[in-house]
Design a protein around this ligand. Structure first.
Ligand code: AMP
Ligand code: FE
Ligand code: FE
Ligand code: ZN
Length: 280
């Protein structure tokens, strides 16, 4: 029997992914996954639909979210797992994150307008999701201001470019505390993307529960480095594809994954939290 695989990092149309929850589940089955976590940016809105729909699939669904935080001005993505989507603490924390994003989007749009590239906020996203820079990049292409989304980032909205706005992001340590207060796990997302060694060292000294040691199309040697760092701290080694659908078409759902042992550890904690918040 082949061992089971679980992808712990992907995005849906509730943030900047292009697949619906149903499409993610269908693809997960097609790609022979036994379960997944949908980790949208600063929203758990997918879970209302997902928790019901998953009952029709041979899949286990682990609640997760990718939270935008910062440390000394640098952006840090933190993955939270195993919370109950009904936890009032999580619901109000998500509201706060989304308000900060809305304010930030308005500021980015104002900057673009000043450069002669007006955008209508309502046109950025007609449906349900949290708006992020990929949607703004898409709109810039649609309006003909730039040729590609890559250009939109490189010329205007990437960190350090003229229209970039960091937004009001909470400190990493603060978010780790919030996540722990929900009896959930705080995991450092894609640590290899952090280019500043001082920041990496600072993060590795924080009270995370895990790090994302397997990511997208990593080579085994890349995984080894992060696996060793996680082991030395007795942290959980998580993994996932960071699948976004069409906008990052070279990465498929299930490109990276974890085994039963890791998944069950996270999933059992979710069941504990779920029981607690159902009883209330
Ligand atoms: P946001 O959460 O609004 O800051 O947007 C972050 C998302 O934008 C990331 O998850 C990436 O998918 C995408 N992104 C960030 N930087 C770049 C870049 N330089 N080029 C292309 N996409 C990027
Ligand atoms: Fe994203
Ligand atoms: Fe990320
Ligand atoms: Zn992601």
């Amino acid at each position: 029997m082949t061992e089971k695989r679980y992808d712990l990092h992907c995005h849906s149309i509730y943030s900047d992914g292009t697949d619906t929850v149903e499409e993610l589940f269908q693809l997960a089955v097609k790609n022979k996954l036994s379960g997944l976590s949908i980790t949208d940016h600063d929203t758990i809105n997918a879970y209302e639909e997902a928790c019901t729909l998953v009952k029709d699939y041979p899949l286990k669904l682990l609640p997760g979210v990718e939270i935008s935080t910062e440390s000394e001005g640098s952006s840090v993505h933190l993955l939270a797992y195993s919370f109950s989507p009904n936890d009032p603490k999580m619901i109000s924390f998500m509201k706060k994150q989304q308000k900060a994003r809305e304010d930030r989007n308005l500021q980015i749009i104002a900057n673009l307008k000043e450069k002669g590239m007006p955008l209508e906020l309502e046109e950025l996203k007609e449906d349900i999701g949290v708006i992020g820079r990929p949607h703004i990049a898409e709109a810039l292409v649609r309006e003909g201001y730039v040729l590609t989304q890559r250009d939109a980032f490189d010329l205007y909205i990437a960190e350090g470019q003229s229209c970039f706005v960091p937004g009001n992001r909470p400190q990493v340590e603060e978010v780790i505390d919030v996540v722990h207060s929900m009896n959930a796990f705080a995991v450092l997302a894609h640590p290899h993307l952090i280019r500043d060694n001082t920041l990496t060292k600072r993060l590795l000294a924080m009270p995370f529960d895990g790090l994302e040691a397997r990511y997208a199309n990593f080579y085994p040697a890349q995984e080894k480095k992060w696996e060793r760092l996680a082991d030395s701290r007795e942290w959980i080694k998580t993994g996932g594809s960071d699948y976004h659908g069409e906008i990052k078409a070279h990465i498929d759902l299930g490109a990276s994954w974890v085994r039963d042992k890791t998944f069950d550890h996270l999933y059992n904690r979710y069941l504990e939290n779920d029981a607690l918040h159902r009883a209330q």
